[in-house]
Design a protein around this ligand. Structure first.
Ligand SMILES: [Zn+2]
Ligand SMILES: [Zn+2]
Length: 263
């Protein structure tokens, strides 16, 4: 039976004779059901019509994306045995490339919009999947490989730490990579901290496609958490979406700008 895939967000659903009634991730007020209604593909069809792009983002960090773009269009990142965030398809060449680069033992995902093909990728890479327990209701294709974590910090090793930032989703998570930015520290943020068009500022939203901002108390709380981290670079959810230098000051200024606009 086919594994059903939501065309709009890329989430996979269990193999059943026909697709489910709808995709709860897209029906949620933060996302949207596309014009024309819910549409489905299958994991097999998506794999046959897409390939995986793997490219160095900075020394020690690979970007892993899907071409042509599928679903929300994010790319994942890979460093030190961690695949950060997820994509719909990991083809054979990309799987070999990640294994040659040291392999992946953990897939950690910022929030449900990027859960996508996590069950398939975990099998391919023989990895566990780490998700924040606050977002467990959005798991559309359960697998024994999923491990839920709770609280605000989860240390993966001396170089990598997951930090719950919330905001966009209750379990919204970023990853602090201490070795990033030539040792000055980099944040891998998905769209929990969204790098905006000039790549010099960031934003924070409850919903990006529906333009729903976060309240001031949330921005203040998020600002406090980020102020306590050591980093100089931010890698967001898309190819090229990075704040390359002086990122901490730029992130804090962006939060202040947001608060000023809400006043
Ligand atoms: Zn969906
Ligand atoms: Zn999102």
């Amino acid at each position: 039976m086919p594994v059903h895939v939501c065309i709009c967000c890329g989430a996979q659903f269990p193999d059943t004779p026909s697709p489910p009634d709808g995709c709860p991730i897209c029906q949620d007020e933060r996302q949207y059901v596309r014009q024309g209604g819910q549409a489905w593909s299958t994991a097999e069809e998506v794999a046959a019509t897409h390939h995986t792009r793997v490219e160095e983002v900075e020394p020690g960090l690979l970007g892993v994306g899907v071409e042509p773009a599928f679903g929300i269009g994010q790319r994942a990142l890979c460093t030190g045995g961690l695949l950060w965030d997820c994509i719909a398809v990991l083809d054979d060449a990309a799987t070999r490339r990640l294994i040659d680069a040291g392999g992946v033992d953990t897939i950690a995902i910022s929030h449900p919009h990027y859960y996508t093909g996590m069950a398939d990728l975990a099998e391919r890479l023989d990895a566990r999947i780490l998700l924040h327990e606050a977002d467990r209701q959005w798991i559309t294709r359960p697998t024994d490989r999923i491990e839920l974590w709770s609280g605000d910090h989860h240390v993966l090793g001396p170089d990598l730490e997951l930090v719950r930032l919330g905001g966009h989703f209750d379990g919204g998570t970023i990853c602090l990579w201490r070795g990033g930015a030539e040792g000055r520290g980099a944040l891998l943020t998905g769209d929990i901290v969204q790098v905006v068009a000039d790549h010099d500022r960031v934003s924070f939203m409850y919903s990006f496609p529906c333009f729903i901002p976060l309240p001031a108390r949330e921005i203040l709380r998020i600002r406090d958490v980020l102020a306590g981290l050591v980093f100089d670079r931010v890698h967001g959810a898309w190819w090229g979406a990075s704040v390359q230098d002086d990122a901490k000051a730029k992130v804090l200024r962006s939060a202040d700008r947001y608060l000023a606009a809400l006043r």
